[in-house]
Design a protein around this ligand. Structure first.
Ligand SMILES: O=C(O)CCC(=O)C(=O)O
Length: 353
């Protein structure tokens, strides 16, 4: 049985309002089976069954860090700072240069239209097409489509840091976003990402430990569209509808929150290439304009802890909510989407037993 969809009015299409997978309100029970992803070999497209997909696409088999990598993990004080402030800036050198260079190559292939595997659906998630040199781009689930981007997204040290910060024993991928912004002084506000809380897009996730790592592909100074967070905002109430990714006037929400009595302290994530930041799923964040004279590229990797699973969810108006991830993954025997499906949500880190 196909689920029924109630389409949103045109003014509220995902492109206009929701940049991520919080795109449709589905009425009725989820009953998806695993959609076939397609492996692209040369010009040939081959259907893949699940087993093939897992074998071919899972890169990480062992979760072991070198001594040098262990030195890059957050300390207990860092973890407490993350818990208090809702963000963490890593040490330098977390992502090796070769991996970033590969990811840059992968992103260029992606933007040229190449695919190593294809998603079964072209809509319902953020998917900027076609691309040009003046329009910001936001493409989701790219690590399921391009090998080099997957290699970056599942880099075990990322998972190990996330496990430490969230005090979890396992970390899986949830989603990703490849974001590219032109530099513009005349039209600077066009390159802004609006304030939002990632967790507000993932109503059907059970966990409040969801976290995101933001990986820029080059140095980020204050003019090159740094991610910015509202420190401590993950402790605030009333963030369930904070989904203003495409709202370019940042001061609108800042003013509103201050008027509500919130202590709005904005912290920019200025980073060196190879350094990454993490923000808690409920941390309110945005990014400033890119006026650097150079484009800005980053991969946001959204992560779930091992305990996260599907839960039915209704918004404040009582409407049933579903997220795009549910359409990609296999279902459990009870019909619920399986947020541990390794073909879609690969394990990035698991504490060695
Ligand atoms: O790169 C950006 O501008 C936004 C990224 C973001 O929203 C995120 O990392 O969750």
């Amino acid at each position: 049985m196909r689920p029924e969809y109630r389409s949103l009015p045109a003014s509220k299409t995902p492109q206009n309002l929701w940049p991520r997978s919080y795109s449709r309100i589905r009425v009725g029970r989820c009953c998806t089976s695993l959609p076939a992803l397609r492996l692209v070999t040369g010009t040939e497209l081959q259907e893949l069954d699940t087993t093939k997909l897992i074998n071919q696409r899972s890169i990480v088999t062992e979760f072991i860090l070198s001594d040098e990598q262990r030195d890059l993990l957050p300390s207990e004080a860092d973890v407490q700072q993350y818990e208090a402030q809702g963000y963490y800036v890593s040490k330098e050198g977390v992502i090796p240069d070769w991996l970033i260079e590969k990811a840059i190559h992968g992103s260029e292939r992606y933007y040229r239209g190449e695919r190593d595997a294809e998603l079964p659906l072209k809509t319902g998630y953020s998917n900027t097409v076609p691309v040009d040199d003046t329009t910001p781009r936001n493409n989701e689930f790219v690590s399921l489509q391009i090998n080099e981007l997957k290699e970056l997204a599942v880099y075990p040290l990322i998972g190990a840091i996330a496990a430490k910060l969230t005090r979890s024993s396992a970390i899986r991928l949830l989603d990703d976003q490849l974001i590219w912004k032109p530099s513009s002084v005349e039209n600077a506000s066009n390159t802004i990402t609006g304030w939002h809380a990632d967790r507000a897009y993932w109503g059907t996730c059970s966990s409040d430990k969801l976290t995101t790592t933001w990986i820029p592909f080059h140095d980020i100074d204050i003019k090159r569209s740094p991610l910015v967070v509202m420190a401590g905002s993950h402790h605030w109430n009333g963030l369930q509808d904070l989904r203003f990714f495409n709202h370019k006037n940042l001061s609108d929400l800042e003013d509103r929150l201050r008027a509500e009595g919130k202590n709005v302290e904005i912290v920019p994530m200025t980073l060196k290439k190879g350094q990454v930041s993490f923000h808690h799923g409920w941390t309110v964040h945005a990014s400033f304009a890119n006026t650097s004279g150079k484009p800005r590229t980053s991969l946001a990797v959204h992560l779930q802890d091992g305990e996260n699973h599907y839960r039915p969810f209704r918004n404040a108006r009582g409407e049933e909510i579903h997220i795009f991830d549910e359409k990609l993954c296999r279902t459990l025997p009870n019909g619920d989407p399986d947020f541990a499906d390794p073909a879609v949500f690969p394990m990035i880190w698991s504490e060695p037993s």
